[in-house]
Structures are given as structure tokens and as C-alpha cells.
Write a protein that binds this ligand. Sequence first.
Ligand SMILES: [Mg+2]
Length: 233
Amino acid sequence: MSNKIRIGIDMDGVICALTTEWLRRYNNDYSDNLKPSDITMWNWHSLVKKECGKKIYDYLDDPSVFEDAPVIKDSQSVLYEMSKECEIVIVTSPFNMNNVVAKNNWLNKYFPFIDRDNRVYVGNKSLVDVDYLLDDKPKNLEQGNYIPLLFSAPHNKSENRFTRIKDWQHMRLYYLQNIRKDWWEMLKDFFVLSILLSLITLGLNEPFHWGALIVSSVIGTVLLKLIKNRGMM
Ligand SMILES: [Mg+2]
């Protein structure tokens, strides 16, 4: 079994902009103009035209709605970066089992680097063994033996029980600062800085102070980490 940190990633509303395609079809069929930012609740049939009502959910019985959905900005590049050091597991509810093939095709198209064995289609996500779960639905984060991360969406704006991730660049920063095991890299930076500062001190014929050398190297290491985390190195 891998000892890598395992990160569960929800699909719809986190990497797949399902609502965009869902609304495109609804707006077209009912001559409406709803936008994803208008969907401010989970069960949103009350937001659509009366003649549609709960029929809005019937769109999810057509697997092509999943295949035609666009990918969410920056999710591919950030997940690819994370997949180099962590085990990424897609944890998604297919609504009905007919959608599994369509969802799998969509993942093949946009996330070919995530192995098929690491794609879990499940209704109850608390059954999945991951260290973290990134999801836009608060209910999926309430239980389960994982650290919950809430991906921001208009429908979860009032939720405040979980660490909120506002977009994929924010997820990248969270990953670098909280998940990645980079102590070894920091230790290497510390030793390189210590040697460099020692050589400079000797070169300048200055008196040698171990305390000052260590403090300077620690400060330099922390600064380097902050610079790296902001993608400047
Ligand atoms: Mg979701």
C-alpha cells in the first residue's frame, strides 16, 4: 500500500463545471437566462421556471450532459502538480449508474494522468479511505475519516464549518503550505544557506558567531519557502 498522502477530489462543481452545461441546456429549452452564480442553493428547482420545476433534475439522467461539461479553471495543472507527490482519488457520486461511463470518458479526456483504479463512483463518500476530501457539498464533508476541505460555490456561501478553498490557485497554495511533505527540502535549503553564510563570513574576515549564523539561515529558509510557495521559484 502506498504511503503517499491520499487526496479525494469531488468531480461535479470542483473539477467539472457540470452546472454550466446543465444550465445551457435548461436555458435553451425554457428560454431562460440563469447563470451558475444564480444557483445559490443545493436543491434549486425553485429557481427555475415553474413549467420546468423538478424536471430540472431529469437532465442528469442524460449521460451526455456530463461528457459535454467544461473543465474548471486551473484544476488540471494543479492536480497534475499534486499528483507527482500525492495519490489523487476522484470521489464522485454518479447520480445514477448510467452516468459512470460518461464520467469516466470525461476524466479520460481532461485528467488522463489519474489512473482508472483511482476513480471511485459512490453515493456515500464517508466510506472512502482518503486523508483529505475536497468537495463543494457540505453534507459530504460532515462524516468520514478525512480532513474536510470545502470548494467554494454559490450554493455553499453560508457554510462555515470547514476550511474553504476558493479556487484552484488557492488549493495549490493550501497544498504547498499544509499537505506536501517538504521538510527535507527545507533542511537542504538550511544547510546550503548555512554554508553560504559561513563562506561569506570567512571571506569578509568577520568574527564567526554560531547563533547569528543559525538565526540567519532559519530566516533565509523560511523566506525561500514563502517565495517557492508563491510560485516565484
Ligand atoms: Mg460536487
